[in-house]
Write a protein that binds this ligand. Structure first.
Ligand code: ATP
Ligand code: MG
Length: 560
């Protein structure tokens, strides 16, 4: 990304880097990495980490950021996720340094590091089963006990580890453990497993391995192999830092990156955990990882979010060490702020009610002109055909309105946006009493001018029946009704109206050429995005990104 595009505000991590640069700690280099496990799609929490890591690389003169897949658990990972993650990072506007990297690229070297530890008497093959292992580990208040296998000789350990590698044992029969301290107050330091047997094909290495290194062993060494200077991760890894450092202190990996933790992003009304999101997908609560109701990067993209809005949001929330929940209104505020200035305006009637202008000639069509954006004339104009038969929004008419109702009602006037003022003269119903259409008259002196001698307050959107293009509109709302849906049985908090699909909507003719992912403001309704998969020339589909009202901005103003 271009350095001038977005220089993020400072934070405690940038302060550390500034200080390191001042003391020339890493020869002036700043190398970060984004290390996803390919076990699901990226979500908005990952976007925070991406913006942080790639943002630092972009803003510092010698900055670089790697994309490295942390792929040590073949059971949960897949190439589909690898592909989707790469696409999402690029879509967000970032480019990793060099080739995409995989922890599995380093399996040979990690194996050699494990042997180095065994040779130094700092790792051993343990043959306790998982239940015994748990018992020996102790608890937060009770020290652990040494494994009876802890004092195996180096030769025995080397031989057993080699047999583990060559497939002579079943899954779980043995593990390789670091020999640290079973009495450590930090449970992560009580002889953690660093290699396990898992007879499973790996998406990158195929059947080459049947033992796989554990995360804590892999991560720090992968960082060192890549010469990472600052290894940024979320707070839950704080307790793992002593292990991160122990491994690097006990093998010769060439350098010792610094792990720095920051708070993960939690967003209200949604879930930010791949595991929990996967459950929503597996249970068919939503339609896949890119369902526009999910806070996944691909879901937000499909919903109509722009990369800039997501980056700005990440910049707004900042990077700190205090956990909290960010109101989702802060995210929607950012997409509104972006689309307000960039989205072309259009009119679309979601639930059409026919209006016949009885004093308008049957064969006449006027090509009215209207700005694409009211504040930016440079964006050009659009043509709105006006004719005798129009559609307005069903909701913009009331037969028995309360006082202060400014939209259309019998005997009342309203302005058709970008066009004339009309008056409702007659309500036409069928035999069953169903509303069929309204008969109205228009005032031909009100195009771009106020009516003489009276005030017309209401403005409604409309399209011409003969010229409108039919479309489908999907109205999306929060998936959960609760601010914090992260409870055991999330199904109790599902919003039954999180997706309302409207067919038979009618849009102004210019929208017939809408391209997938093109965004619009449908006047008076909100921001909408042409669906990137389901929309085509034969079937236009729009997703509502967000409504027009911005509660976040209002709250901010009040707070001031
Ligand atoms: P999840 O719980 O969703 O699976 P994870 O941490 O297991 O998340 P990884 O693929 O391991 O997912 O994450 C890659 C990187 O993104 C890590 O550095 C992790 O710390 C960071 N990350 C993940 N979730 C968040 C979040 N909610 N906020 C900030 N950073 C996050
Ligand atoms: Mg993880």
């Amino acid at each position: 990304m271009n350095n001038t595009e977005l220089v993020s505000k400072s934070n405690f991590i940038r302060n550390i880097i500034d200080e390191d640069l001042r003391t020339n700690k890493n020869d002036g280099q700043v190398i970060t990495r984004f290390p996803p496990e390919p076990n699901g799609y990226l979500h908005i929490g990952h976007a925070k980490s991406i913006c942080l890591n790639f943002g630092i690389a972009a803003d510092y003169p010698n900055g670089r950021c790697n994309l490295r897949f942390d792929d040590t658990n073949p059971a949960k990972e897949s190439p589909e996720y690898v592909k989707a993650i790469c696409e999402d990072v690029r879509w967000l506007g970032f480019q990793w340094d060099g080739e995409v990297k995989f922890a599995s690229d380093y399996f040979d070297r990690l194996y050699a590091f494990a042997i180095e530890l065994i040779r130094a008497g700092k790792a051993y093959v343990c043959s306790l089963d998982s239940e015994e292992m748990r018992e020996y580990r102790g608890t937060l208040t009770q020290a652990g006990q040494d494994s009876p296998y802890r004092n195996r000789s180096v030769e025995e350990n080397l031989a057993l580890f080699e047999q583990m590698r060559s497939g002579q044992f079943a899954d779980g029969e043995h593990v390789l453990r670091a020999k640290i301290d079973m009495a450590s107050p930090n449970l992560n330091m009580r002889d953690p497993a660093i290699y396990r047997i898992k007879k499973m094909t790996h998406h990158q290495t195929g059947d080459k391995w049947c033992i796989y290194p554990m995360y804590d062993f892999t991560h720090c060494l992968s960082d060192a192999i890549e010469g990472i200077t600052h290894s940024l991760c979320t707070l839950e890894f704080e307790d793992h830092r002593p292990l991160y450092d122990w491994v690097l202190d006990n093998v010769d990996a060439g350098c010792h990156p610094q792990q720095i933790e920051f708070a993960r992003l939690n967003l209200s009304h949604t879930l930010t955990s791949k595991r929990k999101l996967k459950r929503l997908i597996d249970d068919k609560i939503v339609n896949g990882w890119d369902d526009p109701r999910l806070p996944t990067v691909s879901g937000l993209r499909r919903r109509g979010y722009t990369p800039a809005a997501i980056r700005n949001f990440c910049d707004d929330i900042g990077v700190t060490r205090s956990d909290g929940v960010v109101d989702v209104a802060m995210l929607t505020h950012n997409i509104r702020a972006d689309l307000e200035t960039t989205a072309p305006r259009a009119m679309c009637v979601l639930a059409p009610l026919k209006v016949v202008i009885t004093n308008y000639p049957e064969d006449r069509v006027e090509q009215l002109s209207s700005p694409v954006h009211p504040e930016y004339p440079d964006m050009g104009t659009r043509t709105l055909p006006f004719s005798r038969e129009l559609y307005i929004e069903n909701d913009d008419f009331m037969e028995n309105p309360p006082s202060k109702y400014f939209r259309l009602a019998p005997g009342k006037e309203v302005r058709l946006r970008n066009a004339y003022v009309i008056r409702c003269d007659q309500v036409i119903r069928d035999d069953q009493g169903q509303l069929v259409e309204l008969h109205c008259t228009y005032d031909d002196k009100t195009l771009g001018a106020n009516p003489v001698g009276r005030k017309v307050k209401g403005v409604v959107h409309w399209v011409s029946v003969d010229h409108a293009v039919p479309c489908e509109v999907r109205l999306y709302d929060q998936l959960f009704t609760l601010g914090n849906p992260d409870v055991d049985d999330y199904t109790e908090n599902l919003n039954p109206d999180s997706l309302v699909t409207l067919t038979g909507c009618q849009a102004e003719p210019g929208l017939s050429s809408a391209q997938p992912e093109q965004r619009f403001q449908f006047e008076r309704l909100g921001y909408f995005c042409c669906d990137r998969y389901d929309s085509s020339v034969d079937r236009l589909v729009f997703n509502r990104t967000v409504t027009l009202r911005d509660t976040w901005a209002k709250m901010q103003k009040k707070a001031k």
